[in-house]
Design a protein around this ligand. Structure first.
Ligand code: NDP
Ligand SMILES: O=C1O[C@H](COP(=O)(O)O)[C@@H](O)[C@H](O)[C@H]1O
Length: 494
């Protein structure tokens, strides 16, 4: 029963895997912020469910250090915990879910009541959990929605299997596949920037744009999470999902309307124009420890005791994709991601071509539109200007929209906050549809297999560096020009 989104009805939010890391670090804090800001239906009950025998007090204690409470909010936080419960149960026994169902039903007064299940559980128990929700916990007087977290399989075959499994249990409108990058402010802004500004539309194509670079950088390594990471690698962890989602929003055609399915139709369409990636268009890297004397000592990937000896799993990757349509033919879309690098950063750089018929003797540098997703949301357009004053020199400068300066009073919500609220309101615009996922795996599976089968050894890079030295040459090869001459003059607050 869909469409009973009215906030007056009782809602139950069940967090499966409530004893885990994601739950304590992300989901409990997120539902607290939504509750604190009165964004959820008044009558919402939160139920944590996991195998661990523990009390709600234990959950409170574990998530305490991740939950931000401002002065004066203590009473509200107490109220929030009163709306919480914890139920111990297995993931594979139907009887446990029947007990969970009875527990939920106790709060469901009135003719309508909705249920949301958040699956913060490992992929190994995923099938059991979904089958049991379907068999024992479906809402009979309202909607049932399930939120699922990646990994959505590890290749086309396993992902298809998972999709068929889900499709046998739920309708697509009930399934909310989270890619938390779709909840980030600047990723959501892409649609507005592109389609609400006439200034960009006419130049957003192969006639004007030389290359597009979409980057993700993290300044820490696997640090004890090597077991999980090693069987996936950075391409599956970040590139095949977060970066490809950004690419589809940067490259898609204008949707017919803002209806979530119209938008997702366009995202799928642009992905369909991309051929599976060729090995020659991929460069992979793996970090090694930093040598003595280079700051704080850091271990290399292979020194992590949770990583199998001799692993060739990439912790860094650059991939070049080409979109074979009339807008983008020949324009390199470079996806680049890595762990244990010199900084935390996620951004899109749209680099324009050189000015044709340059009268400035080669001094006019390329325009570049930078969409900084994190940290510190910003949008800046690098352009050439006359140096102010008597001189007639060229100056590289920028039009700069830095959120912390321009929107001082606005708190940018966390991605999970937006996305979980979307599930309550029933909007799937920022969630991954089944066919998008299929296209993503079609593009990536062959090269992932080839890397594994050929046991391709990644290039080494030092923990805390910008990545393998060879990576910049790859960027240059893909018509991404870095001149090194641009200097940003940070505005001084007035
Ligand atoms: N609103 C704001 O907050 C604004 C901030 N700025 C800041 O000013 C600084 C400079 O601006 P930015 O646009 O980054 O300008 P640059 O053109 O100087 O680009 C700098 C980036 O280029 C990359 N780079 C360095 N060496 C090479 C190389 N050999 N080949 C290819 N790429 C290379 C590095 O990123 P990587 O390691 O990822 O490759 C580096 O961060 C940045 O810190 C930026 O954040 C600028 C404008 C506005
Ligand atoms: O999905 C993932 O994303 C995080 C990075 O998320 P961010 O919001 O902090 O940028 C990454 O650390 C993790 O490996 C990956 O699985």
């Amino acid at each position: 029963m869909e469409n009973k989104t009215d906030f007056q009805y009782p809602h139950t939010f069940v967090l499966l895997g409530a004893s885990g890391d994601l739950a304590k670090k992300k989901i409990y804090p997120t539902i607290w912020y939504l509750y604190r800001d009165n964004l959820l239906p008044k009558n919402t009950k939160f139920i944590g469910y996991a195998r661990t025998k523990q009390s709600l007090e234990d959950i409170k204690e574990k998530s305490k250090k991740y939950i931000k409470v401002r002065p004066g909010e203590e009473k509200k936080l107490e109220e929030f915990w009163k709306a919480n419960d914890y139920v111990t149960g297995s993931y594979d026994k139907r009887t446990d879910y029947e007990l969970l169902n009875q527990h939920i039903s106790k709060f469901e007064k009135g003719p309508t009541a909705n249920r949301i299940f958040y699956l913060a559980v490992p992929p190994t128990v995923f099938e059991d959990v979904t089958v049991n929700i379907r068999n024992a916990c479906i809402a009979i007087k309202g909607y049932t929605r399930v939120i699922i977290e990646k990994p959505f399989g590890r290749d086309d075959e396993s992902s298809d299997k998972l999709s068929s499994h889900l499709a046998s249990l739920f309708k697509e409108e009930q399934i909310y596949r989270i890619d938390h990058y779709l909840g980030k402010e600047m990723v959501q802004n892409l649609l507005t920037l592109r389609f609400a500004n006439q200034i960009f539309s006419p130049s957003w194509n192969r006639e004007n744009i030389a290359s597009v670079l979409i980057s993700f950088k993290e300044p820490f390594g696997t640090e004890g999470r090597g077991g999980y990471f090693d069987s996936f690698g950075i391409i599956r962890d970040v590139m095949q999902n977060h970066l490809l989602q950004i690419l589809s929003l940067v490259a898609m055609e204008k949707p017919v309307t803002l209806n979530p399915n119209d938008i997702r139709d366009e995202k799928v369409k642009v992905l369909r124009h991309i051929k599976p990636i060729q090995l020659e268009n991929v460069l992979v890297g793996q970090y090694v420890g930093n040598p003595n004397g280079q700051g704080e000592e850091k271990l290399g990937y292979l020194d992590d005791p949770t990583v199998p000896k001799g692993s060739v799993t990439p912790t860094y990757a650059i991939t070049v994709l080409y979109i074979d349509n009339s807008r983008w033919q020949g324009v390199p879309f470079i996806l680049r991601c890595g762990k244990a690098l010199n900084e935390r950063k996620a951004e899109v750089r749209v680099q324009y071509k050189n000015v044709p018929g340059d009268i400035f003797e080669g001094h006019a540098k390329r325009n570049e539109l930078v969409i900084r997703v994190q940290p510190g949301e910003a949008l800046y357009l690098k352009l050439m200007s006359k140096s102010p004053g008597m001189k007639f020199d060229l100056l590289e400068t920028e039009l700069d929209l830095t959120y912390s300066v321009r929107y001082k009073e606005t708190d940018v919500p966390d991605a999970y906050e937006r996305l979980i609220l979307d599930v309550f309101t029933g909007t799937q615009m920022h969630f991954v549809r089944n066919d998008e996922l299929k296209e993503a795996w079609r593009i990536f599976t062959p090269v992932l297999k080839e890397l594994e089968e050929k046991h391709i050894k990644p290039l080494s890079y030092v923990y805390g560096s910008r990545g393998p030295p060879e990576a910049d040459a790859k960027l240059a090869e893909c018509d991404f020009k870095y001149s090194g001459s641009y200097k940003w003059q940070k505005p001084t607050p007035s």
